[in-house]
Ligand binder design. Structure first.
Ligand code: ADP
Ligand code: MG
Length: 141
């Protein structure tokens, strides 16, 4: 499925709809360049799980947890340098737990991602304007 958006709020609305279909232990891999809108997407995704907390980037904490219709584990693995650092986060309890995982920069830890994960790619296309984003949702990396 391919979505096209022209604003952060449209991106959040799309993410919100996707989150409404999320089921326990589902892992969503979010990929795309720095500043493309992964954290904006996460904000809308949280709303779709009935989470009303402010969603902040987990760049320094690696994982932020929120409770909603299902628990949300929001990862940003940009700073993870090796598998051991990922092991240290206890990620398996999250990936295979009863919550929903949303992983920014999942492409950096692909070998650890469950085989049944969902993949979401966000891209810019400057020919379509500064705020344009294409969001591709699929089952493969
Ligand atoms: P990332 O987490 O991918 O590094 P962020 O979500 O933190 O990126 O930042 C995305 C930036 O792009 C924000 O400043 C946001 O306002 C801006 N932006 C502009 N247009 C869009 C859009 N269509 N969707 C999402 N973000 C957008
Ligand atoms: Mg981010």
């Amino acid at each position: 499925m391919v979505y096209e958006t022209n604003s952060p709020s449209q991106t959040k609305a799309i993410a919100c709809e996707i989150a409404k279909t999320a089921t326990p232990s589902q892992v969503y891999c979010l990929s795309g360049d720095l500043g493309v809108g992964k954290t904006e997407f996460a904000k809308g995704f949280a709303l779709g799980l009935n989470i009303t907390d402010d969603i902040t980037s987990p760049t320094f904490t690696i994982i932020n947890e929120y409770s909603g219709r299902l628990p949300l584990y929001h990862f940003d693995v940009y700073r993870i340098k090796n598998v051991q650092e990922m092991e240290d986060t206890g990620y398996e309890d999250y990936f295979y737990g009863r919550g929903v995982c949303l992983v920014e920069w999942a492409e950096l830890i692909l070998e650890l991602i469950p085989t049944d994960a969902s993949y979401i790619k966000i891209e810019k296309d400057y020919s379509r304007g500064e705020d344009f984003r294409r969001i591709t949702v699929g089952v493969n990396a």
